[in-house]
Structures are given as C-alpha cells and as structure tokens.
Design a protein around this ligand. Structure first.
Ligand code: UDP
Length: 239
C-alpha cells in the first residue's frame, strides 16, 4: 500500500534554469519531461500541487541581455519569460497525464487565463496542477517572492524551493568536503548565518507567515516524493 503524504497542499518553486538541462539557454525537453515525472508522483499520491516557475533560462531583469535597459521594462520581459516556461511546463504535464492550468499575474488573456485566487483554489481541490506565471505581476520582485506570496495565499503547508544541491550546507560542498547538510534550521538562524535560501523579500514573507520552506534537489530522483512523505530529505527552514 502507498505511504501517506505528510502534506496536503504544496507550492513548488522551480527556477527557469531548472528547465535548461545541460543547454546554455531555454527549455530542454528531456529535462522538463523528467521534472514532470517527479511532480506526477506526488500528484498521484493525492497531494495538491501549485507551481511558481521562474524565467532565468530566458530573460532576467537584472543580468545578461537586460544590462543597460530600463529596469521595469526588463522586468516585464522577465515576467513574459516565465509565461513561456509556464506554457511549456503545462503542455508537458498535460501530455504526461496530469491536468495543468496556467494562471498569469499579468493580463495576457488570449494566451493564459488570469490569476484569480478562488479559481486557483478550485483547480487545486479538483486535483489539477496550477502553474503560476508572470511572478507577482510587479517589476522589482522575483519569482521566489511570488512563490512565498502564492504559497501564503493558497494556504500551502510548505514552499518547496527546488535547487541543484540537495539542501542547505554548512559550506559549499563542492569547495569543502567537510560541509554537512542542515536537516533543518530556523528562519532566524538561517538569517543570522546569511545562508541566502531565498531573496530577502521572499524569506521575510515566509518567516512572517510561518510558512516553512524546504530546500531540495529536483534532479535527485524521488527526492520530491520523499519530501512530501516527510522523510529526511533536503533542508527544512521553519519558524
Ligand atoms: N520578475 C519580475 N517580477 C516578479 C517575478 C519575476 O519582475 O514578480 C522578472 C525579473 O526580471 C526576473 C525575471 O522575471 O529577473 C525572471 O524571474 P526570476 O529571476 O525570479 O527567475 P528564476 O531565477 O527563478 O529563473
């Protein structure tokens, strides 16, 4: 018999770069298929999953092609990049047997439906995966902050911050072989130690709302499922 999930509703934050695979830019099909496979495992356990997707694999308001641009304009481009990723992710989900709904924080209604909170809640209750596109809808913010915001709005029990490393370490494990993974750490300790788990706005919102964050690797097969089962995986940041 299937083990029971420790969480009923989660908010998963995927960076744009997580869709890149080994490519230098854009969306790698094999990678997106693999990520959807990991998500499907927890959806099929009955867990309600909402996703905030980043855009850094295509465009960021503060780096690369945006250097020298007006910041707000560049940030709107970054938000549009997240819409592209959301469409690709939703498409892959629908092809792999899930039902995904993309909701955008900026009006772009011929392409995706707008974010309407009660509708998002309804979709989640129906077992659909809700993909939040366009971040918070505001320049000068990040999709990490969108993850904290939407996570709080939908009453997620946990924000899952997907990274390349399988948690938060005492030092960079690539540089220091003695580095160890924190199994859990409080918001205050993480802040005192400057661990940089999410940007300051996102971190403050989660801390204020006592919304725990789990840092884990989306590329470690089965890790997402183990997090949802409440097993020792990744790093929990808690109030
Ligand atoms: N962005 C924004 N407001 C938001 C979320 C994102 O202006 O609420 C823009 C910003 O320019 C950012 C880009 O979209 O650089 C891509 O988002 P982010 O850098 O968070 O993506 P990730 O690093 O997760 O791939």
């Amino acid at each position: 018999s299937e083990a029971r999930a420790a969480h009923k509703r989660i908010l998963l934050k995927l960076s744009g770069e997580s869709l890149m695979g080994d490519d230098a830019f854009g969306i790698n099909r094999g990678t997106i298929v693999r990520i959807v496979g990991e998500v499907a495992e927890v959806v099929n356990m009955g867990v309600e999953v909402a996703i905030v997707i980043g855009g850094g694999n295509i465009f960021r308001g503060v780096a690369g092609g945006s250097v020298g641009m007006d910041r707000a304009t560049a940030d709107y481009m970054g938000m549009l990049a997240t819409v592209m990723n959301a469409l690709a992710l939703g498409d892959a989900m629908n092809k792999q047997g899930l039902t995904a709904r993309v909701m955008s924080a900026i009006g772009i209604e011929q392409v995706v439906e707008p974010y309407v909170r009660p509708k998002a809640l309804q979709y989640l209750e129906e077992g659909k995966v809700v993909i939040f596109a366009a971040g918070t809808g505001n320049p000068f913010f990040t999709t990490d902050t969108a993850a904290a915001l939407r996570g709080a709005e939908i009453g997620a029990e946990l924000v899952l911050k997907a990274t390349k490393v399988d948690g938060v370490y005492t030092a960079d494990p690539k540089l220091d072989p003695a580095a160890t993974r924190y199994n859990k750490i409080t918001f205050d300790d993480a802040m005192a130690q400057n661990l940089g788990i999410m940007d300051a706005t996102a971190f403050a919102l989660c801390r204020d709302q006592k919304l725990p964050i789990k840092v884990f690797s989306i590329f470690k097969h089965g890790a997402l499922k183990r997090v949802v089962l409440g097993e020792d995986e990744g790093t929990l940041v808690y109030a």
